[in-house]
Write a protein that binds this ligand. Structure first.
Ligand code: HSE
Length: 437
C-alpha cells in the first residue's frame, strides 16, 4: 500500500523533531500503523536545515495555505503555534476533508469547540496529544484508558519551562532571568515566554484536561491563571521548612457546586511524587473513582518528546482513515451531544488551604489579633512559625498554614489583617493542596 502523505506546517523545534523521529523510526511506525507515513510537503518561513538531516526529501515552501490545499495530502500536521493563522489553516484543512494533528494548545483551548464541530461535520479527526504535557500520552490515557471512571480531579505540572525555572532556582539558587534564557535556548519556552511564566500556557492545557475529564466544553476564559513571577526565594525556603515544595500546578476538580479550573503556584507536601517532579519534566495526577489516583510522568517540552506525541497521533489517524467517523474516539472524550453545561466556579468559591506570610511588628498581642480575625472567619490554623527579625530590626515574618477554607472568606480575612497597625504591607499568600488520594 502507498504511504499516507502528510503536509507539515512549521519546521521549528517540534516540526524538526517530528521529521527526525518519523524518518528515523519509519519502519517501526509503518509496522504499527499498517502503512508508511511520509511527510512529503512542508511550509516554513525559516528553519535550521542542519538540524533536520532528511529535509531534502521534503518539498518545502513558505505558503502554508498551499500545503493545506494540496489534494495529494491526507493529513495536515500544524506545528506553527499561536492563534492565527493556525485557526484559519486548520479550519481550511478540515474544509478540504483532511485530518489534522496539532500540538497547538492555545488553538485548542480557545477555538477547540469551533474546530471540533467543523471536524465532526466533515467526518475528519483533529488529534492533539502533543498539546498537553509534551511527550506524556495524557490525552489518550484520560480519554480511553480511564473511560470507566468518574474523574474527580486532575492536578498537574503542565508547563516544562516554569518547572525548569522553579527547580533551578530552588536547587542551584540561579536567577529567574538566567534560567528562562536557558529554557528558551533549549526550545522549551513558548515564542512569547510570558505565556510560560504567567501561567497562560498551563491554563491552555488545564482547560483541555478539564474538558476531557468532566465532559464539558472548552472554557479557557473561565480558567483562573496565575504565574510564577511573584514567588520569592524566602517563600520557597519557608515552605521547605514546613515540609512543602512550591510547584506551579494546574488543578481541575469536580465538586457538588461546580467545576474548579485553576492554575497557580501551590505548596505541595514534599512526600508527594508530584513535589519531586523537577526540571522540564511534567506530571499529571488523575483521580478516578474506580482506579483511584494515577500518575503520568515524562518530558513536558522539547523537540523529540513532543514529536513522540505528534507521531503517535499520526499513527492513530492513519489507523482511523478507514473507520466510520461516528465510531471514532470523541475529541473531548464524551460524545459531542453529551457535553454538560456544568457551572465553573469563580475563585472566591474555590476551597483550598493557604500559606500566609505576614510582616509584623514584634510586640505583644499581634498574634492574638490575627488569630482573632481568622477565628471569626471560621478559618483554622494548622501551623505557625515565627522568623527572627534581622539584626537590629523590629519586624518579623510570621508564617501561617491554614486548613481548607473558602477562598472568598480567606481574602476578606486577609483584607482585615492588612488593616492592622502592627501588620506591614501586603500579606503574601500561596494556596496549599495536599493531593491526598
Ligand atoms: N512552553 C511549553 C512548556 C512547551 O514549557 O511546557 C510545551 O507545551
Amino acid at each position: 500500500m502507498e504511504p499516507v502523505k502528510v503536509g507539515l506546517l512549521g519546521l521549528g523545534t517540534v516540526g524538526g523533531g517530528t521529521v527526525n523521529v518519523l524518518t528515523r523510526n519509519a519502519e517501526e511506525i509503518a509496522r504499527r500503523a499498517g502503512r508508511g507515513i511520509q511527510i512529503t510537503h512542508a511550509a516554513a518561513r525559516q528553519y535550521n536545515a542542519a538540524a533536520i538531516p532528511e529535509i531534502g526529501r521534503i518539498d518545502v515552501c513558505d505558503d502554508a495555505f498551499a500545503v493545506v490545499d494540496n489534494p495529494e495530502l491526507e493529513i495536515i500536521v500544524e506545528l506553527i503555534g499561536g492563534y492565527s493563522p493556525a485557526r484559519e489553516l486548520v479550519l481550511r484543512a478540515i474544509e478540504n476533508g483532511k485530518h489534522v494533528v496539532t500540538a497547538n494548545k492555545a488553538l485548542i483551548a480557545l477555538h477547540g469547540n469551533e474546530i471540533f464541530a467543523a471536524a465532526q461535520a466533515k467526518g475528519v479527526t483533529v488529534a492533539f496529544e502533543a498539546a498537553v504535557a509534551g511527550g506524556i500520552p495524557i490525552i489518550k490515557a484520560m480519554r480511553e484508558g480511564l473511560a470507566a471512571n468518574r474523574i474527580q480531579w486532575v492536578a498537574g505540572i503542565i508547563n516544562g519551562t516554569g518547572n525548569f525555572i522553579l527547580s533551578e532556582m530552588r536547587d542551584k539558587g540561579r536567577e529567574f532571568a538566567d534560567v528562562l534564557a536557558e529554557a528558551q535556548a533549549l526550545g522549551y519556552a513558548e515564542a512569547d515566554p510570558t505565556f510560560d511564566v504567567e501561567g497562560i500556557d498551563a491554563a491552555h492545557k488545564l482547560t483541555i484536561l478539564a474538558s476531557i475529564a468532566f465532559g464539558i466544553p472548552l472554557q479557557f476564559d473561565k480558567t483562573y491563571t496565575e504565574g510564577i513571577t511573584r514567588i520569592e526565594p524566602q517563600d520557597v525556603k519557608y515552605a521547605e521548612s514546613l515540609g512543602y515544595r512550591i510547584k506551579h500546578l494546574g488543578i481541575a476538580r469536580k465538586t457538588e457546586n461546580g467545576v474548579e479550573m485553576r492554575v497557580h503556584p501551590t505548596l505541595v507536601p514534599e512526600r508527594r511524587l508530584l513535589a519531586n517532579v523537577n526540571g522540564v519534566m511534567n506530571a499529571v495526577l488523575v483521580k478516578g473513582d474506580a482506579v483511584g489516583p494515577t500518575l503520568f510522568y515524562g518530558a513536558g517540552a522539547g523537540a523529540e518528546p513532543t514529536a513522540s506525541a505528534v507521531v503517535a497521533d499520526l499513527v492513530d489517524v492513519v489507523r482511523a482513515l478507514t473507520t466510520d467517523p461516528e465510531n471514532r474516539v470523541p475529541h473531548l472524550a464524551f460524545h459531542p451531544g453529551e457535553l454538560s453545561d456544568l457551572t465553573i466556579l469563580s475563585m472566591d468559591k474555590v476551597e483550598t488551604a493557604f500559606y500566609l506570610r505576614l510582616t509584623v511588628v514584634d510586640e505583644p498581642g499581634v498574634m492574638a489579633r490575627i488569630a482573632g480575625i481568622l477565628g471569626d472567619a471560621g478559618i483554622s490554623i494548622e501551623a505557625i512559625q515565627q522568623k527572627e527579625p534581622a539584626m537590629g530590626g523590629v519586624e518579623i515574618s510570621l508564617i501561617l498554614l491554614t486548613r481548607r477554607v473558602i477562598e472568598g472568606d480567606m481574602m476578606r480575612a486577609i483584607a482585615q489583617i492588612e488593616k492592622l497597625d502592627s501588620v506591614a504591607g501586603k500579606v503574601v499568600y500561596i494556596r496549599v493542596e495536599h493531593l491526598a488520594g
